[in-house]
Design a protein around this ligand. Structure first.
Ligand SMILES: *Cc1c(COP(=O)(O)O)cnc(C)c1O
Length: 402
């Protein structure tokens, strides 16, 4: 995927797995002329996603970021409200909070599964906020807390029950960012349908892709109807071009939805492949000194969307960045974790609550090639390359590295 990857023999971080009805369904769109934002596949994709999540309603969007934007709007998040967002995730949820004029309050990650630290989030709400006239206010900023937006990162669910309980207590909306964890389970429940409204992404590097796309799922009929309305330019009726609000052109096209239907049909198999790959990596790496493999909670079923390890310099001999460069030389593409969002200039002025672990995970995390279709001999090659890097360190050969 990256431009500097050797095209021959390289192992990419990710590639989509297109091996089912994708061609047939997309061809059907082309044959029938239903190529744009109307057509049978959009509804079919929505029905399939509602069924997957166990939700009453699903509304397709042009991408996952748009899904988050609309979810915040229909959930009633107002300008100058605050929304709890984990700092260790892709930047999309924090941006979406800003789109509606609200502010993220950044939460730390926990050190075991690397998800949003829900204990810290609860303690922030209980200890740093005041309850006044039926609303919760952040004592530091004076702003009203409107929602909690946990992101299930890297394929593993957040321990959400404490968040759901505190949200109920204070009347906060829980918006799940399930973009990276389609197919994951939390205590046998489907991720994305644990809170009040859930968002998914079908970007090219997600477990199910349709080129680009997103989905909102909810049991709330009013919110679902409003999401559909806002994503279709807030069009009041289908004959006259009358609009009583500023809407958005956020609808998914039939071609994308056709692609998505064909992919979603294979989700179960994709998840099985991913779990098998994760098991193979862990078998090869569990005993390597200085490499910490990802853990799966007893209450979780992870998809291991990106199989991510921690590289401890003191024990492994090199940093995650050095190992990343080393593997690149062997034609193996890896990826660092995201710079914690609060350290990016557009979000640097937001309130940050006791963030420590997220910074440490950023300093040590490295995602290994994680494509659904990654063959066994490739994962074995990745493991071997990591072992060789460490062997070189212990024999002093790394001294020649830049
Ligand atoms: C991919 C992703 C999104 C949404 O991405 P889009 O590219 O807009 O579909 C949102 N949140 C997280 C955590 C993601 O990884």
């Amino acid at each position: 995927m990256a431009n500097d990857m050797p095209s021959k023999g390289g192992i990419p971080l990710w590639e989509p797995f297109i091996c089912g009805n994708e061609w047939a369904y997309v061809k059907e769109c082309l044959d029938t002329g239903w190529v744009s934002s109307a057509g049978p596949f959009v509804e079919r994709f929505e029905r399939m996603m509602a069924e997957h999540a166990g939700a009453r309603y699903a509304v397709a969007t042009v991408n996952g970021t748009a899904a988050l934007h609309i979810a915040l709007l229909v959930a009633g998040v107002q300008p100058n409200d605050e929304v709890l967002v984990p700092t260790l995730t892709f930047i999309a949820p924090a941006n979406a909070v800003r789109y509606v004029g609200a502010w993220p309050v950044f939460m730390d990650a926990e050190p075991v599964y690397w998800q949003m630290d829900t204990e810290k989030a609860v303690s922030f709400l209980e200890k740093e906020c005041d309850w006044r006239q039926g609303s919760l206010y952040n004592r530091t900023t004076g702003r009203r807390i409107a929602a909690i937006l946990p992101a299930h990162i890297l394929g593993h669910p957040v321990d959400l029950d404490p968040v759901l309980a505190v949200a109920r207590k204070y009347g906060l909306v829980v918006i799940e960012d399930a973009a990276e964890s389609l197919g994951a389970r939390y205590k046998a429940r489907t991720v994305g349908h644990l809170g009040d409204i859930g968002c998914f992404s079908f970007n090219g590097n997600k477990i199910v892709t349709c080129g680009g796309g997103g989905m909102i799922v909810t049991d709330n009929a009013n919110w679902a109807a409003r999401a559909k309305y806002l994503t279709t330019q807030a069009k009041d009726d289908s004959t006259e071009y009358r609009h009583s609000e500023v809407g958005f052109n956020y609808r998914l096209t039939n071609i994308q939805a056709a692609f998505g239907c064909a992919q979603l049909e294979q989700l179960e198999r994709f998840v099985e492949c991913k779990r098998r790959l994760a098991a193979a990596y862990s078998r090869g790496l569990d005993a390597v000194c200085g490499i910490l493999t990802p853990r799966e909670a007893q209450w979780a079923s992870s998809t291991f969307w990106m199989y991510t390890v921690r590289v401890e310099k003191s024990r492994f001999g090199m940093t995650n960045r050095e190992l990343c460069g080393r593997l690149r030389e062997s034609g193996i593409e890896t990826r660092l974790l995201w710079l914690p969002i609060h350290r990016n200039p557009p979000h640097a002025r937001c309130h940050v609550y006791q963030v420590e672990v997220a910074n440490q995970l950023y300093d040590e995390g490295l995602s290994l090639p994680s494509a659904v279709s990654l063959p066994d001999h490739h994962s074995a090659r990745v493991v071997r390359a990591i072992l060789e890097s460490r062997a070189d360190f212990t024999t002093g050969k790394t001294a020649v590295l830049p």
